[in-house]
Design a binder for this molecule. Structure first.
Ligand SMILES: [Zn+2]
Ligand SMILES: [Zn+2]
Length: 334
């Protein structure tokens, strides 16, 4: 059995923290309805038109309506994934069924990690192995911060017996589809091909090394925040971009969580008011919220009285920002 990884650029050392814990349960009925998985047919598009597909809009909360964070940009039949949260391959197959064949599992060949928190990477073993088992011929091209190579090596070691059996026993398996070409990236342009120019934007997320990404195509410009504190880098990257996709927590829920959770949010994430400020400075055609800190409060079981909802997030943003804003749901296409 061969485990192959190529290592490209390297930057600063990463520090490893605990997982990105964001408040759990108590989803309200209205919230549940608002976040139900979208199974509607994808709107017809012109050939060559860039589509952004929200595969997962969730957080660490195992909400059945919101898979772990993952966003696909589809251009000319090629898919570029940003983050690989839990459920990524199954959500991609749902999008393929909805009419986007570029997201069929065997076509998932290129992914970018914003950072290595578990909620953003739990689907990485799935993305490495499932498309291969389904017949992907090529290695996965994986871009991410320092530590991506070690994580990939660990995943391949964990599944070493599986890989060995599939390669060397009766099951016919492509020779290279389980492999990963890892590119540990620095800020700046990290991929340029016929479809896209992708730029990594350094963003502050506690002491963690994290990136947002800007994706420029022939017809659109898209910025994805990943997990971040407020930073001028995101507004500069967007500058009247088509879509600014931002993580967020609400002020209402943060006023009710425990002091420890409040301190964590304020050190690692971005509030509605701060998102509004970034949007004011960059004026996107559409501001899209995702990875909203969960309704229902914190793991300490605090009664947060229904705060943190989608409706609250949108209402708070609108207090500070007058441009168009929506919250994404899983399988939405923009
Ligand atoms: Zn994070
Ligand atoms: Zn996160």
């Amino acid at each position: 059995m061969r485990l192959v990884m190529s290592l490209a650029l390297t930057i600063l050392a990463a520090s490893v923290l605990g997982c990105d814990a964001k408040p759990p349960p108590a989803t309200t009925e209205a919230e549940a309805q608002a976040t139900q998985t979208n199974t509607a047919a994808v709107p017809a598009t012109n050939p060559g038109q860039t589509q952004v597909v929200f595969l997962g809009t969730g957080t660490p909360l195992p909400d059945p309506d919101r898979a772990g964070p993952s966003t696909a940009v589809v251009v000319n039949g090629s898919a570029y994934l940003f983050d690989t949260g839990a459920g990524v391959v199954r959500r991609a197959m749902a999008a393929a069924r909805n009419g986007i064949p570029a997201l069929n599992s065997v076509n998932l060949k290129t992914a970018f990690l914003t950072h290595l928190h578990s909620d953003h990477t739990l689907g990485l073993p799935d993305l490495i192995l499932t498309p291969w088992v389904m017949g992907r011929q090529e290695p996965l091209e994986l871009y991410g911060p320092v530590g991506t190579a070690a994580m990939t090596k660990g995943i391949q070691a964990a599944w070493a017996e599986d890989i060995d059996r599939r390669l060397n026993d009766l099951q016919p398996s492509p020779a290279h589809g389980y492999q990963v070409n890892v590119h540990e990236i620095a800020p700046g342009v990290v991929l340029k091909d016929d479809n896209v120019t992708i730029t990594a934007i350094p963003v502050p997320h506690g002491p963690w090394i994290a990136f947002g990404y800007k994706i420029d195509t022939a017809d659109r410009s898209i910025v994805i925040s990943g997990d971040t504190r407020p930073t001028p880098a995101l507004a500069e990257a967007c500058k009247q971009c088509d879509l600014l996709i931002m993580e967020v927590y609400t002020l209402g829920s943060t006023a009710r969580v425990t002091p420890a959770w409040k301190a964590y949010r304020e050190a690692y994430h971005v509030s509605t008011k701060e998102v509004a400020e970034i949007a004011k400075q960059s004026r996107p055609k559409l501001l899209v919220l995702y990875h909203r800190a969960n309704p229902g409060c914190d793991q300490a079981g605090t009664d947060c009285r229904g705060t943190g909802s989608e409706a609250e997030a949108l209402a708070e943003i609108k207090q500070f920002y007058d441009g168009p804003v929506i919250e994404a749901h899983d399988l939405d296409v923009r």
